[in-house]
Design a protein around this ligand. Structure first.
Ligand code: FCB
Length: 444
């Protein structure tokens, strides 16, 4: 067991928050939201465990006052949530859904009443079907559609939002969903991937400009990072790890901060990028105020014969979570150092960190000792990063509630609050109580 961690390991003004996302908790069947590519992806056999979808999810749509009360009760300072594009604009463009607009009004007001800083992400993966029909992230026009959506959000809510980021995890939006086919729209196509990777950055920059034009500040980007470790000392495995890191970690940082894409990615995707892509960096590089890092695990890369990128990810030796993800807190430190290489001095937030556990309620309680240890060890690394001079300003737990874990359905429980998906009852887990005590001055 690692050393106890005191709250005093962090500066007084360090921000603690929890993160969630719209499709994973709200209940997309409520309130007049339009159909999304996640609904059709989930309805197609073989994509999602038990074909589960987000129609009801945690019914946060109706239960948000209680949920935000739980977040505030933990002693958190901030709440990272996302707006559903299809809830606000059921067709992705055109006429807004008044119920959807009103829902986010009430949600944001409720955060403020609870003393929680509203940290919005505009897009956490539920693309309106009408835009998916037009090619979704493969279509360059998505940058303009998304810019218009960002303007609408900024006009309506901008004065009440503490921070905003356009897109959650560009790697998942593009590579995972268009190359690996593991998430909506479930494509496995290298040309679609290259275009989606570029367009997601163009949409990011367009949205930043749109929000800035409406007078908003504290705008950032949220990317996910995994430390790529060669599976062996073989030079080929080192090359595989380098490529994996270039695709996963460096591509988006490089675009955002250097106006270029890494050579190791260009080797494969270069021929598939849209014409004139180099001219888009003026928009992509639009200055931002902070960078957010989502971090869960590391990966082990092995050379695979065959086509580019020649990467096979293999199982590593460390203790794993219910996702099968290795627990390697020092990799968080490595990723924070990587980020600051690209944007020295820019404030950094850990915008997601947490784990899925086999959390079983017993006598009204939900013991989750593995999660408490996970949080302690990752927070200890975060505290060390600050001591080493990394401008880390806050940390958001993933997640407040057990929720819809995408293609893995409701089986993977990431919450600090347990949700019974039959009754929708909420039960704070032991980790919830541990974090609450930590934020009040006890050691974690
Ligand atoms: C991240 C996603 C989030 C959740 C966690 C476990 O990649 O942003 O929605 O699924 O992983």
């Amino acid at each position: 067991m690692s050393d106890p961690l005191p709250r005093s390991a962090f500066p007084e003004d360090f921000l603690f928050g929890a993160a969630t996302s719209s499709y994973q908790i709200e209940g997309h069947g409520f309130g007049g939201a339009g159909p999304t590519h996640w609904d059709s992806f989930a309805a197609t056999p073989g994509n999602v465990v038990r074909q589960e979808d987000g129609r009801v999810a945690c019914d946060h749509y109706h239960r948000f006052p209680g949920d935000l009360g739980l977040a505030a009760g933990m002693g958190l300072d901030a709440y990272r949530f996302s707006t559903s594009w299809a809830r606000i604009l059921p067709e992705g463009r055109g006429t807004p859904n008044p119920e959807g607009l009103d829902f986010y009004d009430r949600l944001i007001d409720c955060m403020l009443e609870n003393g929680l800083k509203p940290a919005v992400t505009l897009y956490h993966w539920e693309l309106p079907s009408a835009l998916a029909d037009l090619g979704g992230w493969r279509n360059r026009d998505i940058a303009a559609w998304f810019g218009d959506f960002a303007q609408l959000v900024a006009r309506r809510y901008g004065d009440r939002l503490w921070s905003a980021a356009p897109v959650n995890e560009p790697w998942c939006v593009s590579w995972l969903s268009h190359f690996e086919g593991a998430q909506a729209p479930g494509l496995r196509d290298i040309r679609a991937t290259a275009r989606a990777m570029h367009h997601v950055l163009l949409a990011h920059g367009t949205a930043i400009n749109a929000m800035r034009a409406e007078g908003m500040g504290n705008l950032g980007a949220v990317c996910n990072f995994e430390d790529s470790i060669p599976a062996s000392d073989a030079p080929a495995d080192h090359l595989a790890a380098e490529r994996q890191a270039a695709i996963y970690n460096r591509f988006f940082l490089s675009g955002l901060f250097r106006g270029a894409y890494p050579e190791r990615v260009m080797e494969g995707l270069g021929p598939h990028l849209p014409a004139g892509w180099q001219d888009d960096f003026a928009v992509i590089r639009t200055p931002i105020d902070w960078i957010g890092a989502n971090f869960y695990t590391c990966n082990r890369a092995q050379w695979a014969e065959g086509a580019w990128p020649n990467i096979r990810l293999v199982e590593g030796p460390l203790e794993k979570t219910a996702m099968g993800w290795e627990i390697r807190p020092e990799s968080l430190g490595a990723m924070l150092r990587l980020v600051t290489e690209y944007c020295p001095g820019l404030p950094v937030y850990v915008t997601e960190n947490g784990m899925a556990g086999h959390d079983v309620p017993a006598g009204g309680e939900v013991p989750d000792p593995q999660r408490i240890a996970y949080l302690r060890d990752h927070l200890a690394v975060a505290a060390r990063a600050i001591a080493d001079g990394i401008p880390l300003k806050g940390y958001f737990l993933w997640s407040l509630l057990d929720n819809y874990e995408w293609s893995l359905g409701y089986e993977k429980r990431f919450g600090l609050v347990h949700v019974d998906f039959d009754t929708l009852a909420r039960t704070p887990k032991h980790s919830y109580h541990a974090v609450k005590a930590f934020l009040r001055g006890s050691d974690l």
